[in-house]
Design a protein around this ligand. Structure first.
Ligand code: SAH
Ligand code: SF4
Ligand code: F3S
Length: 442
């Protein structure tokens, strides 16, 4: 019996789905030490901060919340504080946590979370601070028995890292080069999640899922992987993120159209509506190429739900460039957008570009986009009328609701819901105050 058995741990997560899933793996590691989860940091013997550094705001939040742990440590010196995630992996980041926060006991990078159990045991023995950041994985990074939060949707890694080097982005520096998981391992994990654990959605994760397989000896593309996963028996659907517009081919659109198990939703980050900005960002596509994909998706998959990421205030972005992003939003009419103000990341090329846009201007632009998107979304609600969507049926406050692949809720008043979580077709029959209602369409 170790001193960890029966004690509490708490994991605090910042950043993207990748990090959310990595926290699930960390929980798996801690559970296997016999520890129990708590969401109260004051009650935890082990506190893990899984950090993000994609924008300055994310770093500041994690750092400030870490400082607050100092008092917990003072009151209870037995507490072990661990920091991991992308912030630790930066070479010249804003904060050097190990040096600046002496009450942090263990600092590890993104490649060795699977070894956290060993670090904790070593720390418990020697009581010496540990810092270990790897430049690349020592071997297989998979952790068996991740403890997942969500009981409906399960995240599954298919490819780690990124080779794209968009000029604004820190991710390739902190997550290293692309590394695909073996298709057999992915297949096995998905099969288990669906058939033994009852998951209804599987979300395949990668910074750029379309690069899947390029680094493997075995010849396999992302759309081939998707097709093989669709052959797994069961009532479930597959989502994936993120796709890079440069690598998204017609083969993937075809699989999305033809396979009922592939959810009809696509997150396709555009970043900017201006070709000049896309070039400066090193995105390797122009708006003509991007719009070709969007048009094809809409034509072949009429019910598709589309979302995107946009950066405003990239260095050199003029009013004219920004207006092209506005124009693009009006053309595509996304179901959802994630708009960010450009944040300078040291070590990336764009951090040294001239003509940085003032913060106040970025704020004005981001608010303009969000206001416009709100109007587009409200108008878009009309398109749902009389259409049929394959939905996950759930019960909420005694009423059955269907959730579309894009996450839109359709109330089904009067419907007697007989079992938890299954897919069925729902036809939208009413729209009131932007709320949709419908009937089951057999
Ligand atoms: N691999 C994914 C996601 C990367 S991070 C992709 O390529 O789409 C998620 C989003 O954060 C990006 O799409 C981008 O819009 C945003 N982002 C990345 N770096 C940023 C920066 N320096 N400032 C502001 N937003 C940034
Ligand atoms: Fe960052 Fe670009 Fe890679 Fe996405 S594709 S993670 S934005 S470098
Ligand atoms: Fe994700 Fe943030 Fe790292 S967005 S990959 S957790 S820098």
């Amino acid at each position: 019996m170790t001193k960890f058995e029966g004690r509490n741990y708490c994991v605090v997560t910042y950043g993207c789905q990748m990090n959310v899933h990595e926290s699930e793996k960390i929980r798996g590691v801690l559970t296997s030490l016999g520890m129990l989860e708590t969401d109260n940091v004051n009650k935890a013997m082990v506190i893990v901060f899984n950090t993000c550094c994609v924008r300055e705001g994310a770093e500041d939040r994690a750092y400030n919340n870490l400082i607050a742990l100092q008092n917990i440590k003072k009151e209870n010196p037995d507490t072990i504080i661990v920091v991991c995630g992308c912030m630790t992996q930066q070479k010249n980041g804003k904060y050097n946590i190990f040096e600046r926060l002496p009450f942090v006991d263990i600092v590890i990078g993104t490649y060795n979370i699977n070894e956290l159990g060993d670090y904790l045991l070593r720390y418990a023995k020697k009581k010496q601070r540990i810092i270990e950041i790897l430049d690349k994985p020592r071997g297989d990074m998979d952790v068996e028995n991740a403890v997942r939060d969500d009981k409906i949707n399960a995240y599954v890694n298919i490819i780690y890292g990124c080779n794209k080097f968009c000029t604004y982005c820190i991710v390739p520096y902190v997550r290293g080069r692309e590394q695909s998981r073996k298709p057999q391992d992915i297949y096995k994990e998905v099969k288990d999640l669906v058939q033994n654990q009852g998951y209804k959605y599987i979300t395949l994760l990668g910074q750029n899922v379309n690069s899947y397989g390029k680094d493997l000896d075995e010849k396999i593309t992302f759309s081939q992987l998707l097709t093989s996963l669709c052959r797994i028996e069961g009532d479930f659907k597959i989502k994936f993120m993120t796709s890079h517009p440069m690598d998204l081919g017609d083969d993937l659109i075809k699989v999305m159209k033809d396979e009922p198990k592939v959810a009809k939703t696509l997150h396709l980050p555009v970043q900017s509506g201006s070709n000049a900005m896309l070039k400066q960002m090193n995105r390797h596509y122009d708006i003509k190429h991007y719009m070709r994909i969007i048009k094809r998706c809409k034509r072949l998959i009429p019910n598709i739900s589309l979302s995107t990421d946009i950066i405003v205030g990239f260095p050199g972005e003029t009013e004219k460039d920004f207006n092209q992003t506005i124009k693009l939003l009006k053309r595509v009419k996304y179901d959802q957008i994630f708009a960010f103000m450009y944040s300078k990341r040291s070590g990336t090329p764009a951090a040294t570009f001239e003509n940085q846009v003032p913060e106040a201007e970025k704020k004005i632009r981001v608010n303009k986009l969000l206001r416009l998107q709100k109007i587009i979304q409200q108008e878009k609600n009309k398109k749902y009328f009389k259409r049929t969507y394959n939905c996950l049926i759930k019960q909420q406050n005694g009423v059955a609701i269907g959730i579309t692949d894009g996450g839109k809720e359709i109330y089904i008043p009067g419907y007697k819901y007989y079992n938890q979580n299954y897919f069925a077709n729902v036809r939208v029959e009413g729209i009131r105050n932007h709320k949709l209602s419908g009937v089951i369409d057999e």
